[in-house]
Design a protein around this ligand. Structure first.
Ligand code: M6R
Length: 604
């Protein structure tokens, strides 16, 4: 997601900022910008798309002597990825960059506009700089004005602000979004939203805590904590290994991405929920006019999220929904009718098979929608409408956070369609919106859960295969659990509907057959339990994942007692991801780059 850099010193500020932003590219972004203050002169540049566009725009801009500078890579949330919405945002004589969300921006903006301030962007960020300049008029010093501004902001943020009223300093604030300051023997100061831009430049770093704010210049680092007391920075030595810094201390990117799910799902939800409705600014409701059926088409993990969505669409939006594997669909001369909304799902937006089906649907004159993680990808450009999943760049080949955000988007989309079609009572929509808000906490990895899975993974390294079983929407989750395990452990695993085992696969049951059973408390519990008992009676080795204790299992992974089966779905998703991860690590495999697989499959 968004990235921040800042620099105070005598070196080439422009290059330092651009290099720093490059180090943050892995987080994902759709526009970027910098602002540099040299004495009384401000220069700012912004560009949509990749950093090369920003480099091109700044190629004639030279920075040599002392300067303060800030830079930003933006992943659009409030407002489209345009130059006007890109950071830094300008007031009269100050610039700001910001990660996070200012929850009370609408109120602040309304008041500022009433007082005559003109806003140039649709972002929540722009209020920060105008509010600061308003406070500058009534406070004795720029720092007092900044402190007052921070008091007035609600939400999550990492903020850097530069102003002509104190042209040797950078003001900063951190609450809920990461922010680090680094220093070196040359007395330069660097800011960034993660370690990587600082490696090679700084020897020591201080990690700000939530509520910290202050200002920094060549000779001072002034930090005030959330109680309003001044505090000393705590500098520690900075690692020199960029790759491990990008992994934030996790062993693999996949592990980091599993842990990130809580944050990225919060990003996926951000600005898209009111108390009673799901809001997709990017969708024109006319897309659904005359639509009687939804056809979902995708590959791999994205296919599994589509399959999950089909249960939700039919159950809540009461719309006929079918799901297709793209590589099959494209060659089977399917019948496509114009009352069908054709939806493709893809993390990358480039998967050849899925892209081809999108082209087929367009040629057949169907309305099309893509659920995608990459803006400006081929599918996003081609489809009539798109919803971005906002998972940030996913580095592990085995998809985790992309799947989590896809299912989140689908659940939201179901409620969006249900409201349009009036197929669900408003009270039920409101109840489910409240549940959606709980997903980020449901997917948080706890130490005890991770430790337990790490420990029990050693029992699942051999045997003649795995069955992941589940009913209803837990069947696609079983498919996804099996795919994860296959991809990174190279062990044979299948996902199966629990009720189908007795129609054939149960013949395989013996102690060397491992069954991972998904037993949600709130969906067909008794039915799914009987299916597990059938396997247990045939001596299959069973690991049950459930909120309810199950004494016929060899292993039991307890999830928390959630309020709804969808929250159980998300918690179990994390469990099956971690189980695959830990089995693969024990087998000594390259978790992030499993053999024979590519992240983006652009061939047939
Ligand atoms: O980029 P896409 O979502 O279109 O990719 C589809 C599949 O290739 C992808 O999900 C694949 O199955 C992953 N390796 C899953 O972990």
């Amino acid at each position: 997601m968004c990235g921040i850099v800042g620099y105070i010193g005598n070196k080439n500020t422009k290059e330092i900022l651009l290099e720093g932003l490059k180090e943050l590219e892995y987080r994902g972004y759709d526009s970027a910008g910098i602002a540099v203050l040299q004495g009384e002169n401000f220069e700012s540049f912004k560009a949509v798309g990749k950093l090369v566009n920003l480099e091109e725009k700044t190629k004639n801009f030279v920075t040599q002597n002392f300067a303060v500078g800030i830079g930003h890579t933006r992943w659009a949330t409030h407002g489209k990825p345009t130059e006007l919405n890109a950071h830094p945002h300008l007031g009269e004589s100050s610039y700001v960059v910001h990660n996070g969300i200012i929850e009370n921006y609408a109120e602040l903006k309304k008041e500022l506009m009433r007082e005559g301030v003109t806003f140039l962007s649709q972002t929540d960020t722009e209020v920060i700089v105008h509010q600061f300049e308003k406070n500058l008029k009534t406070h004795a010093t720029p720092f007092e004005a900044f402190s007052q501004t921070i008091k007035e902001l609600k939400g999550a943020y990492a903020i850097l602000l530069v102003t002509k009223s104190k042209s040797d300093s950078i003001f900063f604030a951190k609450h809920g979004s990461p922010m680090i300051i680094g220093k070196n023997s040359e007395n330069e100061k660097y800011f960034a939203s993660s370690d990587t831009p600082l490696i090679g430049h700084c020897s020591d770093v201080n990690y700000f805590e939530d509520g910290d704010f202050g200002y920094v210049n060549l000779s001072e680092i002034v930090i005030v904590d959330k109680e309003g007391s001044k505090k000393q920075p705590h500098f520690s030595k900075l690692s020199t290994n960029k790759l491990s810094a990008q992994k934030d201390g996790f062993r693999f990117f996949m592990e980091k991405e599993i842990y990130e799910q809580s944050v990225v799902i919060a990003d996926t939800l951000m600005g898209r929920l009111s108390e009673s409705a799901v809001l997709f600014d990017e969708l024109d409701t006319s897309l659904f006019n005359g639509i009687n059926e939804i056809k979902l088409c995708a590959c791999g993990t994205s296919y599994h999220s589509a399959l999950s969505a089909s249960y939700l669409f039919e159950r809540y939006a009461k719309i006929k929904t079918s799901v297709e594997v793209a590589s099959e669909f494209r060659y089977r001369q399917p019948i496509m009718t114009k009352d069908t909304l054709f939806v493709v799902i893809s993390q990358s937006g480039e998967t050849a098979d899925t892209l081809e089906t999108l082209k087929m649907a367009k040629e057949a004159g169907l309305k099309t929608l893509v659920i995608c993680n990459v803006d400006n990808s081929s599918m996003v450009r081609l489809a009539d409408a798109s919803i971005l999943t906002r998972a940030g760049i996913e580095k592990g080949v085995a998809s985790t956070k992309a799947f989590a955000t896809q299912v989140t988007v689908f659940w939201m989309l179901t409620l969006f369609v249900a409201k349009l079609k009036n197929s669900l009572a408003s009270g039920e929509i409101a109840r489910q919106i409240a549940l959606l808000r709980e997903i980020p906490s449901s997917v948080k990895v706890t130490d005890s859960m991770h430790e337990k899975i790490k420990r029990l993974s050693k029992r699942y390294l051999h045997g003649h295969g795995f069955f992941f079983i589940g009913r209803d929407i837990f069947y696609p989750l079983a498919l996804e659990g099996a795919l994860k395990l296959k991809e990174i452990s190279y062990l044979h695993a299948e996902g199966y509907p629990s009720g189908e085992m007795k129609h054939g696969p149960i013949a395989l049951a013996d102690p060397e057959l491992f069954t991972i059973a998904l037993l949600p408390q709130y969906l067909l519990y008794e039915k799914a339990k009987s299916n597990v008992e059938e396997l247990s009676a045939r001596d299959s080795t069973i690991c049950v994942i459930s909120a309810i204790e199950f004494d016929k299992a060899d292993d039991f992974i307890q999830i928390s007692a959630c309020r709804d089966y969808m929250l159980e779905f998300f918690e179990m998703m994390v469990v099956v991801q971690l189980l695959s991860l830990e089995i693969s690590i024990r087998l000594g495999n390259d978790v992030d780059m499993p053999r024979n697989l590519a992240k983006s499959v652009t061939v047939e």
